[in-house]
Design a protein around this ligand. Sequence first.
Ligand code: MRU
Length: 347
Amino acid sequence: MRTVDWDGGAVTMIDQRALPWELRYVRLETVAAVAESIRNMTVRGAPAIGAAAGFGMALAAQESQATTVNALVADLRAKAALLKAARPTAVNLAWAVERLLRIAESGEFHTVADLRDVLLGAARQIADDDVAINSRIGAIGAKLLPEGATVLHHCNTGALATVDYGTALGVVRAAHEQGKHFHVLLDETRPRLQGSRLSAWELERLGVSYDIIPDTAAGYYMGSGEVDIILVGADRIAANGDFANKIGTYQLAILAQAHGIPFYTAAPTSTVDLNLSSGEQIPIEQRDAAEVTTPYGNAIVPAHFKARNPAFDVTPHRYLSGIITEHGIARPPFTASLRRAVAGEAL
Ligand code: MRU
Protein backbone atom coordinates (compact mmCIF):
# COMPACT_ATOMS: atom_id res chain seq x y z
CA MET A 1 0.00 0.00 0.00
CA ARG A 2 1.45 3.35 -1.00
CA THR A 3 -0.21 6.36 0.59
CA VAL A 4 0.97 8.65 -2.23
CA ASP A 5 2.04 7.63 -5.73
CA TRP A 6 2.27 8.64 -9.38
CA ASP A 7 0.07 7.03 -11.98
CA GLY A 8 0.09 7.92 -15.67
CA GLY A 9 0.45 11.69 -15.41
CA ALA A 10 -1.42 12.20 -12.13
CA VAL A 11 -0.80 12.06 -8.38
CA THR A 12 -2.78 9.34 -6.63
CA MET A 13 -3.32 9.16 -2.89
CA ILE A 14 -5.44 7.54 -0.20
CA ASP A 15 -8.16 9.94 0.94
CA GLN A 16 -7.41 9.84 4.66
CA ARG A 17 -10.58 11.76 5.47
CA ALA A 18 -12.65 8.71 4.48
CA LEU A 19 -10.88 6.25 6.82
CA PRO A 20 -11.55 4.09 8.76
CA TRP A 21 -14.89 3.64 7.00
CA GLU A 22 -13.68 3.49 3.43
CA LEU A 23 -10.32 2.94 1.70
CA ARG A 24 -10.75 5.43 -1.13
CA TYR A 25 -8.10 6.65 -3.57
CA VAL A 26 -8.20 10.02 -5.30
CA ARG A 27 -6.50 11.04 -8.53
CA LEU A 28 -5.20 14.60 -8.77
CA GLU A 29 -4.42 16.05 -12.18
CA THR A 30 -3.44 19.64 -11.30
CA VAL A 31 -0.94 21.21 -8.93
CA ALA A 32 -3.74 23.29 -7.43
CA ALA A 33 -5.55 20.05 -6.53
CA VAL A 34 -2.39 18.63 -4.93
CA ALA A 35 -1.92 21.81 -2.85
CA GLU A 36 -5.57 21.63 -1.76
CA SER A 37 -5.23 17.93 -0.84
CA ILE A 38 -2.38 18.86 1.54
CA ARG A 39 -4.31 21.81 2.98
CA ASN A 40 -7.54 19.86 3.56
CA MET A 41 -5.64 16.81 4.90
CA THR A 42 -6.66 14.31 2.23
CA VAL A 43 -2.96 13.50 2.69
CA ARG A 44 -1.31 14.29 6.02
CA GLY A 45 1.73 13.31 8.08
CA ALA A 46 5.04 15.03 7.46
CA PRO A 47 6.77 12.49 5.16
CA ALA A 48 3.56 11.80 3.15
CA ILE A 49 3.08 15.54 2.66
CA GLY A 50 6.71 15.76 1.44
CA ALA A 51 6.20 12.95 -1.08
CA ALA A 52 2.93 14.49 -2.29
CA ALA A 53 4.67 17.83 -2.77
CA GLY A 54 7.50 16.14 -4.72
CA PHE A 55 4.96 14.58 -7.07
CA GLY A 56 3.19 17.96 -7.16
CA MET A 57 6.36 19.55 -8.55
CA ALA A 58 6.66 16.79 -11.17
CA LEU A 59 3.03 17.47 -12.09
CA ALA A 60 3.77 21.21 -12.30
CA ALA A 61 6.44 20.45 -14.91
CA GLN A 62 3.99 18.33 -16.91
CA GLU A 63 1.11 20.81 -16.81
CA SER A 64 3.24 23.84 -17.74
CA GLN A 65 2.77 25.11 -21.29
CA ALA A 66 6.39 26.41 -21.35
CA THR A 67 8.41 25.71 -24.48
CA THR A 68 11.80 26.77 -23.08
CA VAL A 69 13.67 25.57 -20.00
CA ASN A 70 13.82 29.10 -18.60
CA ALA A 71 10.06 29.54 -18.91
CA LEU A 72 9.50 26.15 -17.29
CA VAL A 73 11.75 27.05 -14.34
CA ALA A 74 9.75 30.29 -13.89
CA ASP A 75 6.50 28.29 -13.84
CA LEU A 76 8.00 25.84 -11.34
CA ARG A 77 8.98 28.66 -8.98
CA ALA A 78 5.37 29.87 -8.90
CA LYS A 79 4.01 26.36 -8.31
CA ALA A 80 6.63 25.76 -5.62
CA ALA A 81 5.29 28.78 -3.72
CA LEU A 82 1.73 27.47 -4.05
CA LEU A 83 2.66 24.04 -2.69
CA LYS A 84 4.79 25.40 0.16
CA ALA A 85 1.94 27.65 1.32
CA ALA A 86 -0.41 24.66 1.78
CA ARG A 87 0.71 23.88 5.37
CA PRO A 88 3.46 25.62 7.38
CA THR A 89 4.74 23.28 10.09
CA ALA A 90 5.99 20.02 8.52
CA VAL A 91 9.36 20.94 7.01
CA ASN A 92 9.27 17.90 4.71
CA LEU A 93 6.95 19.90 2.44
CA ALA A 94 9.46 22.71 1.78
CA TRP A 95 12.32 20.17 1.80
CA ALA A 96 10.81 18.16 -1.08
CA VAL A 97 9.73 21.21 -3.10
CA GLU A 98 13.14 22.85 -2.77
CA ARG A 99 14.94 19.64 -3.67
CA LEU A 100 13.10 19.52 -7.02
CA LEU A 101 13.39 23.26 -7.59
CA ARG A 102 17.17 23.11 -7.11
CA ILE A 103 17.37 20.40 -9.79
CA ALA A 104 15.31 22.57 -12.16
CA GLU A 105 17.48 25.62 -11.45
CA SER A 106 20.77 23.72 -11.89
CA GLY A 107 21.17 24.85 -15.50
CA GLU A 108 21.93 21.28 -16.58
CA PHE A 109 18.94 20.79 -18.88
CA HIS A 110 18.66 21.73 -22.54
CA THR A 111 15.11 20.59 -23.25
CA VAL A 112 11.80 20.90 -21.48
CA ALA A 113 11.21 17.16 -22.00
CA ASP A 114 14.50 16.25 -20.26
CA LEU A 115 13.71 18.43 -17.26
CA ARG A 116 10.20 16.96 -16.95
CA ASP A 117 11.63 13.41 -16.96
CA VAL A 118 14.30 14.18 -14.39
CA LEU A 119 11.84 15.87 -12.04
CA LEU A 120 9.48 12.89 -12.17
CA GLY A 121 12.44 10.60 -11.44
CA ALA A 122 13.43 12.77 -8.47
CA ALA A 123 9.88 12.73 -7.09
CA ARG A 124 9.74 8.94 -7.40
CA GLN A 125 13.09 8.78 -5.62
CA ILE A 126 11.78 10.79 -2.65
CA ALA A 127 8.89 8.31 -2.35
CA ASP A 128 11.09 5.22 -2.69
CA ASP A 129 13.67 6.62 -0.25
CA ASP A 130 10.94 7.29 2.27
CA VAL A 131 9.93 3.63 2.36
CA ALA A 132 13.55 2.46 2.73
CA ILE A 133 14.31 5.08 5.42
CA ASN A 134 11.24 4.12 7.43
CA SER A 135 12.11 0.47 7.45
CA ARG A 136 15.58 1.41 8.78
CA ILE A 137 13.98 3.60 11.47
CA GLY A 138 11.73 0.66 12.35
CA ALA A 139 14.61 -1.79 12.68
CA ILE A 140 16.66 0.65 14.79
CA GLY A 141 13.77 1.65 17.05
CA ALA A 142 12.37 -1.87 17.58
CA LYS A 143 15.32 -2.59 19.90
CA LEU A 144 13.83 -0.08 22.36
CA LEU A 145 10.65 -2.11 22.86
CA PRO A 146 10.96 -4.68 25.63
CA GLU A 147 8.96 -7.92 25.27
CA GLY A 148 5.58 -7.46 26.93
CA ALA A 149 5.82 -3.65 26.91
CA THR A 150 2.97 -1.18 26.70
CA VAL A 151 3.66 1.65 24.26
CA LEU A 152 1.80 4.97 24.31
CA HIS A 153 1.47 6.61 20.88
CA HIS A 154 0.02 9.96 19.75
CA CYS A 155 -1.50 10.96 16.39
CA ASN A 156 -0.78 8.77 13.35
CA THR A 157 2.78 8.05 12.29
CA GLY A 158 2.21 4.84 10.36
CA ALA A 159 2.15 3.93 6.68
CA LEU A 160 -0.56 6.55 6.15
CA ALA A 161 1.64 9.37 7.47
CA THR A 162 4.48 8.35 5.17
CA VAL A 163 4.70 6.73 1.74
CA ASP A 164 4.67 3.34 3.46
CA TYR A 165 5.71 1.63 6.71
CA GLY A 166 5.73 4.62 9.08
CA THR A 167 8.07 6.24 11.60
CA ALA A 168 7.00 5.78 15.26
CA LEU A 169 4.35 3.25 14.23
CA GLY A 170 7.01 1.82 11.87
CA VAL A 171 8.98 0.98 15.04
CA VAL A 172 5.88 -0.76 16.39
CA ARG A 173 5.43 -2.59 13.08
CA ALA A 174 9.06 -3.73 12.98
CA ALA A 175 8.86 -5.06 16.55
CA HIS A 176 5.63 -6.89 15.65
CA GLU A 177 7.26 -8.38 12.54
CA GLN A 178 10.13 -9.57 14.77
CA GLY A 179 7.56 -11.55 16.77
CA LYS A 180 7.63 -9.37 19.88
CA HIS A 181 4.49 -9.20 21.98
CA PHE A 182 3.36 -5.82 23.29
CA HIS A 183 0.32 -3.57 23.58
CA VAL A 184 -0.22 -0.08 22.18
CA LEU A 185 -2.34 2.65 23.78
CA LEU A 186 -3.45 5.00 21.01
CA ASP A 187 -4.35 8.56 21.97
CA GLU A 188 -7.42 9.39 19.91
CA THR A 189 -5.79 12.77 19.05
CA ARG A 190 -8.46 15.41 18.96
CA PRO A 191 -9.68 17.22 17.01
CA ARG A 192 -8.87 15.34 13.78
CA LEU A 193 -8.72 11.95 15.54
CA GLN A 194 -5.70 10.61 13.67
CA GLY A 195 -5.14 8.12 16.51
CA SER A 196 -8.60 6.55 16.55
CA ARG A 197 -9.38 6.86 12.85
CA LEU A 198 -5.98 6.13 11.27
CA SER A 199 -3.57 4.50 13.75
CA ALA A 200 -6.23 2.05 14.97
CA TRP A 201 -7.10 1.21 11.35
CA GLU A 202 -3.43 0.45 10.68
CA LEU A 203 -2.92 -1.65 13.81
CA GLU A 204 -6.11 -3.60 13.05
CA ARG A 205 -4.67 -4.50 9.63
CA LEU A 206 -1.30 -5.44 11.11
CA GLY A 207 -2.82 -7.51 13.92
CA VAL A 208 -1.10 -5.48 16.67
CA SER A 209 -2.82 -5.42 20.07
CA TYR A 210 -4.13 -1.90 20.88
CA ASP A 211 -6.72 0.19 22.68
CA ILE A 212 -7.83 3.66 21.71
CA ILE A 213 -7.80 5.96 24.76
CA PRO A 214 -9.13 9.50 25.19
CA ASP A 215 -6.22 11.98 25.03
CA THR A 216 -7.16 13.00 28.56
CA ALA A 217 -6.51 9.45 29.86
CA ALA A 218 -2.78 9.41 29.02
CA GLY A 219 -1.78 10.69 32.50
CA TYR A 220 -4.06 8.15 34.15
CA TYR A 221 -2.31 5.25 32.39
CA MET A 222 1.15 6.66 33.09
CA GLY A 223 0.26 7.15 36.74
CA SER A 224 -1.02 3.59 37.05
CA GLY A 225 2.35 2.28 35.86
CA GLU A 226 0.98 0.81 32.65
CA VAL A 227 3.12 2.70 30.16
CA ASP A 228 6.71 1.54 29.51
CA ILE A 229 7.65 3.82 26.61
CA ILE A 230 6.15 6.69 24.60
CA LEU A 231 6.72 6.90 20.85
CA VAL A 232 5.65 9.87 18.72
CA GLY A 233 6.54 11.33 15.33
CA ALA A 234 7.75 14.81 14.41
CA ASP A 235 6.84 17.47 11.89
CA ARG A 236 9.95 19.60 12.32
CA ILE A 237 12.98 19.16 14.54
CA ALA A 238 15.12 22.21 15.27
CA ALA A 239 18.93 21.98 15.47
CA ASN A 240 18.84 21.70 19.28
CA GLY A 241 16.31 18.80 19.26
CA ASP A 242 13.20 20.83 20.15
CA PHE A 243 10.48 19.45 17.92
CA ALA A 244 7.01 20.25 16.65
CA ASN A 245 4.50 17.44 16.58
CA LYS A 246 0.76 17.01 16.77
CA ILE A 247 -0.92 19.14 19.42
CA GLY A 248 -0.86 17.31 22.73
CA THR A 249 2.68 15.96 22.40
CA TYR A 250 4.16 18.56 24.78
CA GLN A 251 1.91 17.59 27.70
CA LEU A 252 2.75 13.90 27.13
CA ALA A 253 6.46 14.73 27.33
CA ILE A 254 6.07 16.47 30.68
CA LEU A 255 3.95 13.62 32.07
CA ALA A 256 6.55 11.13 30.81
CA GLN A 257 9.32 12.95 32.67
CA ALA A 258 7.22 13.15 35.85
CA HIS A 259 6.73 9.37 35.73
CA GLY A 260 10.26 8.45 34.55
CA ILE A 261 8.97 6.97 31.27
CA PRO A 262 11.31 7.00 28.23
CA PHE A 263 10.00 9.41 25.58
CA TYR A 264 11.20 9.09 21.97
CA THR A 265 10.39 10.73 18.65
CA ALA A 266 11.04 8.87 15.40
CA ALA A 267 11.63 10.81 12.19
CA PRO A 268 13.67 10.79 8.99
CA THR A 269 16.48 13.35 8.81
CA SER A 270 14.40 15.22 6.19
CA THR A 271 12.32 16.36 9.19
CA VAL A 272 15.36 18.02 10.80
CA ASP A 273 15.61 21.75 10.08
CA LEU A 274 19.16 22.84 10.94
CA ASN A 275 18.27 26.39 9.88
CA LEU A 276 16.30 26.79 13.10
CA SER A 277 18.38 26.89 16.26
CA SER A 278 15.43 26.18 18.58
CA GLY A 279 11.78 25.20 18.56
CA GLU A 280 10.54 28.75 19.23
CA GLN A 281 11.23 29.50 15.57
CA ILE A 282 9.00 26.70 14.24
CA PRO A 283 5.83 28.09 12.62
CA ILE A 284 2.72 26.56 14.19
CA GLU A 285 -0.30 26.04 12.00
CA GLN A 286 -3.58 27.41 13.35
CA ARG A 287 -6.47 25.53 11.73
CA ASP A 288 -10.16 26.29 11.39
CA ALA A 289 -12.07 26.37 14.70
CA ALA A 290 -14.81 24.34 13.01
CA GLU A 291 -12.56 21.26 13.31
CA VAL A 292 -13.04 21.59 17.10
CA THR A 293 -16.72 22.56 17.22
CA THR A 294 -17.92 20.45 14.27
CA PRO A 295 -15.52 17.52 13.81
CA TYR A 296 -16.14 15.77 10.50
CA GLY A 297 -19.34 17.73 10.02
CA ASN A 298 -20.87 16.65 13.37
CA ALA A 299 -21.71 19.70 15.46
CA ILE A 300 -20.97 19.11 19.15
CA VAL A 301 -21.73 22.72 20.15
CA PRO A 302 -23.73 25.50 18.46
CA ALA A 303 -21.93 26.96 15.45
CA HIS A 304 -21.41 30.37 17.11
CA PHE A 305 -19.46 28.94 20.10
CA LYS A 306 -15.83 30.13 20.05
CA ALA A 307 -12.88 27.75 19.75
CA ARG A 308 -9.15 27.73 18.96
CA ASN A 309 -7.32 25.05 17.02
CA PRO A 310 -3.49 25.02 17.06
CA ALA A 311 -2.51 21.93 15.04
CA PHE A 312 0.95 21.40 16.61
CA ASP A 313 2.96 22.18 19.72
CA VAL A 314 6.68 22.28 20.42
CA THR A 315 8.31 19.91 22.89
CA PRO A 316 11.60 21.19 24.36
CA HIS A 317 14.49 18.78 23.79
CA ARG A 318 15.11 18.35 27.54
CA TYR A 319 12.13 15.97 27.71
CA LEU A 320 13.43 13.69 24.95
CA SER A 321 15.26 10.43 25.62
CA GLY A 322 16.30 10.21 21.98
CA ILE A 323 15.41 10.80 18.33
CA ILE A 324 15.18 7.63 16.23
CA THR A 325 16.50 8.41 12.74
CA GLU A 326 17.50 6.26 9.77
CA HIS A 327 21.15 6.69 10.84
CA GLY A 328 20.67 5.61 14.45
CA ILE A 329 19.31 7.08 17.67
CA ALA A 330 20.35 10.69 18.26
CA ARG A 331 21.03 11.29 21.96
CA PRO A 332 21.70 14.50 23.93
CA PRO A 333 23.41 16.81 23.24
CA PHE A 334 21.20 16.89 20.14
CA THR A 335 22.97 19.84 18.51
CA ALA A 336 25.94 17.55 17.87
CA SER A 337 24.12 14.24 17.26
CA LEU A 338 21.53 15.71 14.87
CA ARG A 339 24.20 17.47 12.82
CA ARG A 340 25.97 14.11 12.41
CA ALA A 341 22.73 12.33 11.48
CA VAL A 342 21.86 14.94 8.86
CA ALA A 343 25.36 14.52 7.39
CA GLY A 344 24.56 10.80 7.04
CA GLU A 345 26.97 9.57 9.74
CA ALA A 346 25.98 6.41 11.58
CA LEU A 347 25.10 7.23 15.20
O1 MRU B 1 -1.80 17.28 11.09
P1 MRU B 1 -1.14 15.99 10.67
O2 MRU B 1 -2.05 14.81 10.74
O3 MRU B 1 -0.42 16.12 9.34
O4 MRU B 1 -0.01 15.78 11.78
C1 MRU B 1 0.77 14.64 11.74
C2 MRU B 1 1.68 14.50 12.87
O5 MRU B 1 1.80 15.35 13.72
C3 MRU B 1 2.57 13.31 12.87
O6 MRU B 1 2.81 12.87 14.16
C4 MRU B 1 3.89 13.72 12.20
O7 MRU B 1 3.64 14.23 10.92
C5 MRU B 1 4.85 12.61 12.08
S1 MRU B 1 4.23 11.39 10.99
C6 MRU B 1 5.37 10.35 10.44
